[in-house]
Design a protein around this ligand. Structure first.
Ligand code: NAG
Ligand code: NAG
Ligand code: NAG
Ligand code: NAG
Ligand code: NAG
Length: 304
């Protein structure tokens, strides 16, 4: 019965510990919500599965599962020679002639991205608010059998004739007091650089990557944000503290109850054996078991 009690104790404690761990994981995953590398790989795989025969120079939408709704990815396969000679204009992107490929391959696949309403989940610009969708272009090697190989390629072009990433005016939200600036974002979602727009709602760039428009967060709002984060953190710390306290308390109670039960059981068995008259066999002295009958026999000899 006591071992069952112990077992139950252990099970309850374990369940509580895993619950706390689960909660902290939830909190963790909220902080660095989405993984860029796995999204990139996922989109690549989808393109290879869903688009059987991609004609050169044709832009294809990459179909995504419904839980990605709001994002938009498309893919273009093109001969490097053609891209170099003529450049290309697709949806939001102007690729001028003379783009350099590193390493050089004969044909490339370009994935155009629009993160839509997912932009601020995947990307974060410190002290700034993202006011437009994150757009991106990534270049990959391609082959006869796979539309998009995992090998990424670098694009580069002279500063005078940049690649242009265009945002529709209607995509840009927020109050129009602050003039937005271009933000270049890294593959890991972090800010690479900020740059003034030369043309309204157009980011000029000399390489592949992710781009969006941001406005600086006002000092006041920033402080409010920081305070909010501080509050969240302290609330979370308090929750963890209370949780751990509860677990320790539960453990102490459990151990206490088990010890109590053990003691009671021992007392009971001792009483039972005493009733049966078997106590004469042996009893406890300090930590050693002693045969009591022999002691009784030696006693008279000591007294005399
Ligand atoms: C959509 O679900 C798939 C699994 O079915 C998952 O791998 C993917 O990360 C989900 N997408 C998003 C944007 O959460
Ligand atoms: C984005 O909008 C679509 C509907 O257009 C919606 O289904 C999706 O949940 C939204 N995603 C986010 C992250 O808000
Ligand atoms: C792309 O558009 C620019 C102007 O926006 C134009 O000068 C260029 O010729 C176009 N290129 C192609 C290949 O259509
Ligand atoms: C954001 O602003 C705060 C306060 O003005 C400053 O301490 C911090 O360094 C800024 N962060 C970045 C990444 O510029
Ligand atoms: C690009 O893909 C082609 C076709 O599979 C292959 O022959 C070539 O070695 C690849 N190049 C690079 C740089 O990965």
């Amino acid at each position: 019965m006591t071992s069952m009690g112990l077992h139950k104790c252990w099970k309850i404690t374990r369940a509580m510990v895993s619950f706390i761990i689960f909660l902290s994981f939830l909190e963790e995953s909220k902080a660095c919500e989405y993984d860029h590398a796995s999204l990139e790989a996922f989109v690549r795989d989808r393109a290879n599965q869903e688009i059987a025969k991609a004609r050169a120079g044709t832009l294809y939408d990459i179909p995504l599962p419904s839980n990605f709704s709001g994002m938009n990815f498309s893919v273009l396969r093109v001969r490097s020679g053609s891209l170099r000679r003529r450049g290309a204009n697709y949806s939001s992107y102007n690729l001028p002639p003379l783009i350099k490929l590193e390493p050089y391959v004969k044909r490339i696949a370009i994935i155009f991205e629009n993160f839509g309403n997912w932009s601020s989940r995947y990307y974060h610009v410190p002290n700034h608010t993202i006011v437009a969708p994150v757009l991106g272009l990534l270049a990959y090697n391609t082959s006869e059998t796979a539309l998009v190989l995992s090998r990424r390629l670098n694009l580069s072009i002279r500063e005078e004739t940049p690649i242009k990433v265009r945002f529709f005016r209607s995509w840009v939200h927020g109050n129009n007091e602050e003039k937005p600036v271009c933000a270049k974002l890294g593959d890991d979602g972090r800010l690479v650089e900020l740059k003034e727009m030369r043309e309204p709602f157009v980011c000029d760039t000399q390489s592949e990557g992710h781009y969006t428009l941001v406005v600086p967060v006002l000092e006041e709002a920033k402080n409010k944000d920081a305070r909010q984060r501080y509050h969240n953190r302290t609330r979370w710390a308090a929750l963890i503290g209370i949780g751990s306290g509860l677990i320790v308390l539960l453990l102490v109670i459990c151990v206490f109850v088990v010890i109590k039960l053990l003691k009671r059981r021992k007392l009971k068995t001792m009483e039972e054996t005493a009733e049966k008259g078997e106590i004469i066999g042996e009893f406890w002295v300090g930590l050693s078991k002693m045969p009591s009958a022999s002691m009784v026999r030696t006693q008279p000899a000591l007294e005399n």
